[in-house]
Design a protein around this ligand. Structure first.
Ligand code: SIN
Length: 568
């Protein structure tokens, strides 16, 4: 198949964020942007091999997405399980768009990486004989999800990593700091990064960190949509910064909507409570009404794995039934979990976070149905990297949700995300010390500065939810593209955090909507009502977005489908 020529759309995105000149400077060999599993794993490993490592985080160290992960971390750790079986499940979930080599790295190195995390101090749940307790989630044909604190896996991993970083005197941490833009050397490679520190410690306001490499581990873009499981910090900053610096964004159209997010009412916005897929892994099922009033199980007959079908299949089935019935949500029936009469104790032990959250919102899952609807959960695409985390910009590496290593394809397999951050950060720490760039001065920056009004954020989120959400069409995507161009041209009155974040949101939303418009098929988490079938003939491959003079350029790169003869 021919590679279609790049499509250029006249969307005037800022070439860099407008910001005051740096008022302070410092130096570090490597700057790690982000402090979840990916960022802290990279920092802890790099400190053994490079001079100074500086970790920048937008809030406090523990505030990112890792902290919120419930279900767990997938790896072939159980008796009889193999990386090959994990590979098959990953490829099938990814709907032909995974990179086979990257998946093999993930599943092959995953078990050892998890064991190292345990050795570092992360305490996972064990069974009566002291072995790791493993559960199942959507798309997995084996129990292979390790979990901690019942449903508080991310919080436990974050605790262990933060404790290790706090003991590492040679890692400097800058909290409450937005990474604004990369400083680039004359060869286009990394020379540093500008930060905006929000009023704490010795440094305040805009400053410059001169460095020899940057590891981006800043998480996803969930705040592009009105409802998401992502925390408020997930505003696509890393992807936007990388795009402005010359990196390529790949597979951005593949945004995963988690099927079971607690429905809190039509006006609820921002981060919403996740009801882990592990609840279905333990036996809960979706219903389209209370069974005692004639409600039926949704997933029986839809997929051989029923409620544990891959996430995109379940999210689509829920959305279809919501459209058919006109209801804003369906329900999860988990009232039968635990031994008869022992539900309360079971929920307290296995899903303490979800139990407390649901009750706080007035629903008792021990005795009541949980109202659920899909919401934005995970960006399967991101900054395109090779198998060692290298982006197209010399000295810029990416890992975790901000990256597109190729492991997720069109739909991430449940609980592969923590694993990806762990595995690829270890890889970056293996190669980066040997390829550190010489210190270089930032070159004069030719990129045109700009800033979008912070007040445009809500409008952007509603537009993206309506037009670029679970169900997409050519018409809706064209309307979204035009509206985004308008938003991009709405100038900021203030140079502040709201405007920087909104500019980043508009930037990644424009790239996402552009790639979604080009992908004229339904594959994985990308669902086009006007192209309801998967089309390997025309669409097997990847859409890559770059920014050329502030204008997004979208190029198609064909690649054979990687699920080959595997059962779909
Ligand atoms: C969940 O617990 O359902 C989320 C796990 C994941 O996103 O991989």
């Amino acid at each position: 198949m021919q590679t279609p020529a790049a499509v250029r759309r006249a969307v005037p995105l800022p070439g860099r964020l407008a910001a005051p000149e740096p008022g302070w400077t410092t130096r570090a060999d490597v700057v790690v942007i982000g402090s979840g599993i990916a960022g802290l794993t990279a920092a802890l490993r790099l400190r053994e091999h490079v001079g100074k490592v500086l970790v920048v985080t937008k809030d406090v160290l523990s505030a990112g997405s890792t902290q919120w992960a419930q279900g767990g971390i997938a790896a072939a750790l159980g008796e009889g399980d193999t990386p090959e079986e994990h590979e098959v499940d990953t490829l099938v979930a990814g709907a032909g768009a995974c990179d086979l080599d990257a998946v093999r790295v993930l599943v092959g190195e995953g078990p050892e990486a998890v064991r190292e995390l345990i050795a570092l101090g992360a305490r996972f749940d064990v069974d009566a004989s002291g072995l790791l307790a493993l559960t199942r989630e959507g798309g997995h044909h084996r129990d292979r999800i390790a979990h901690a604190g019942g449903d508080a896996t991310g919080a436990e991993i974050q605790r262990a990593l933060v404790a290790a970083v706090e003991l590492a005197a040679d890692i400097e941490v800058v909290q409450h700091a937005l990474a604004v833009d990369l400083l680039l050397a004359g060869d286009g490679g990394v020379a540093g990064v500008t930060l905006h520190v929000m009023g704490e410690g010795e440094r305040d306001g805009i400053g410059a960190v001169h460095c020899r490499a940057v590891v981006l581990a800043s998480g996803g873009l969930g705040q592009v949509f009105s409802q998401t499981t992502n925390p408020g910090v997930a505003t696509g900053d890393g992807m936007a910064l990388a795009l402005r610096a010359g990196a390529t964004l790949r597979d951005l159209e593949f945004v995963q909507f988690h099927p079971t997010v607690m429905y809190l009412g039509p006006d609820s916005r921002g981060q919403q409570p996740l009801i882990s897929e592990a609840v279905r892994g333990e036996g809960a099922f979706l219903v389209d009404g209370p069974p005692e009033a004639g409600g039926r199980r949704l997933m029986q007959g839809v997929h051989p794995l029923a409620d544990l079908a891959p996430r995109d299949v379940v999210a689509k089935a829920i959305t279809r039934r919501m459209h058919e019935t006109g209801r804003p949500h369906l329900w999860l029936d988990a009232r039968h979990l635990g031994a008869p009469g022992d539900g309360e104790e079971y929920w307290r032990r296995r899903f303490p976070t979800i139990l407390a959250t649901a009750r706080r919102h007035g629903v008792d899952p021990v005795t009541e149905l949980l109202p659920v609807a899909p919401a934005c959960h995970y960006a399967s695409g991101g900054v395109r990297t090779d198998l060692w985390g290298r982006s197209d910009v010399p000295g810029l590496y990416a890992t975790g949700e901000v990256a597109c290593s190729g492991v997720h394809g069109a739909n991430r397999l449940a609980s592969n995300s923590l694993l990806e951050g762990l595995v690829f950060s270890r890889r970056i720490a293996t190669v980066l010390p040997g390829e550190l760039r010489p210190w270089s001065e930032p070159a004069p920056d030719p990129r045109a500065p700009g800033l979008v009004a912070g007040s445009a954020r809500r409008e952007l989120q509603e537009l993206m939810t309506d037009r670029v959400g679970v169900l997409r069409s050519a018409e809706g995507l064209a309307a979204a593209g035009a509206a985004l161009a308008d938003l991009a041209g709405r100038p900021a009155e203030l140079v502040d955090l709201a405007s920087w974040e909104t500019t980043n949101l508009v930037t990644v939303a424009t790239a996402l909507a552009g790639a979604a418009a080009r992908r004229e098929e339904t594959r994985g988490s990308h669902w086009r009502e006007d192209h309801p079938e998967r089309d390997d003939g025309r669409m097997a491959g990847h859409f890559d977005v770059t920014l050329v003079g502030g204008v997004p350029s979208i190029d198609f790169h064909p690649a054979p489908a990687t699920d080959g003869d595997l059962v779909r």
